[in-house]
Design a protein around this ligand. Structure first.
Ligand code: COA
Length: 280
């Protein structure tokens, strides 16, 4: 299946390892820089198609999601700011009523991305606001440039977040900080986002791509089979109580014994070899 490129979404397939056949990292870029990569209907449907493609394409090991850099401004005009995603496209809210919005926000691309069984990384360089902050929260990891800013400013539109921040952000940064972000609508900078656990790493913007791809390469070199169960089991902690969660983990851990990649991994360690996973 070919990668579903559209006017608003580009996909580059980057080898996990130049010298080895370990599959690819999908570098997915939202291409609406003039509107700060805000999420209009076309972006959302393209993202959903991308998720379907990434899930079905065995060679895709890790998905990195980012926003396009600003275009050169026309003569005499100021450059647009850098953005990961500045939220839902607010112009699409004009005149909208609950029934239509409910349809639009149910079964959306943010949930599709959350449900992708493969590892996902949000590479944030600039504004990650509203739906942008939420789409980053629906990825497994977040890596940001030092000039990035995060926020949930929906309160300024007479709204609350609609792509999961009241739930996923709470799990990431805790109840108190989520209350503060959603109630004030104020932005926080990258170092504060790092301090409160909203982002995993912060680096200079010129290093962001290398840093992110390096992490994607490390993850992409592991067994995709093992990673899938790791992700699924960590996710279970969001829905299960501690006792049930520990029991669930023990069951998955035990079930991995007998998998080919567990045999390969243990054998490689004992023999001081590099593991050659069955599920690359
Ligand atoms: N939806 C639609 N268009 C958006 C947008 C959004 N969420 N965010 C930015 N844009 C558009 C602007 O309308 C502007 O378009 P134009 O140049 O055709 O007029 C362009 O992107 C650049 O944004 P601008 O506001 O001029 O940049 P700025 O540097 O002055 O301000 C922000 C940057 C991010 C502070 C400001 O754009 C903003 O507050 N955006 C909305 C954020 C938000 O509320 N998101 C949650 C939505 S639920």
């Amino acid at each position: 299946m070919d990668a579903p490129q559209t006017d608003v979404l580009s996909i580059e397939e980057i080898p996990v390892d130049e010298d080895d056949d370990l599959g690819s990292i999908a570098l997915v870029t939202i291409q609406r820089p003039d509107k700060l990569n805000s999420l209009n209907a076309e972006v959302m449907s393209s993202l959903k198609e991308m998720v379907t493609w990434a899930e079905a394409t065995e060679s895709i090991r890790v998905v990195v999601l980012t926003g396009a850099q600003p275009n050169e401004p026309p003569e005499g005009k100021r450059a647009k700011p850098n953005a990961f995603v500045a939220g839902a496209d607010i112009t699409e809210f004009v005149g909208m009523q609950s029934d239509a919005i409910r349809l639009k926000f149910t079964d959306n691309a943010v949930e599709a991305l959350w449900d992708l069984s493969k590892p996902t990384i949000a590479m944030v360089d600039g504004f990650a606001l509203g739906g942008g902050c939420e789409i980053a929260c629906s990825c497994d990891l977040r890596i940001a440039s030092e000039r990035s800013r995060f926020g949930t400013p929906e309160v300024n539109l007479g709204l609350i977040p609609g792509y999961g921040a009241t739930q996923r952000l709470t799990h990431l940064i805790g109840y108190g900080k989520t209350m503060e972000m959603i109630m004030t609508g104020e932005m926080i900078d990258a170092s504060e986002a790092h301090r409160i656990g909203l982002v995993n790493h912060v680096c200079e913007s010129e290093d962001l791509l290398d840093y992110t791809l390096n992490m994607a390469r490390i993850i992409g070199s592991k067994s995709s089979y093992t990673l899938r169960f790791g992700k699924q089991t960590i996710r279970a902690s969001l829905d299960l109580g501690l006792t049930e969660g520990i029991a669930y983990e023990a069951e998955v851990f035990a079930s991995l014994f007998g998998s080919k990649d567990q045999e390969i991994g243990v054998h490689a360690f004992v023999n001081r070899e590099k593991p050659r996973w069955e599920h690359k």
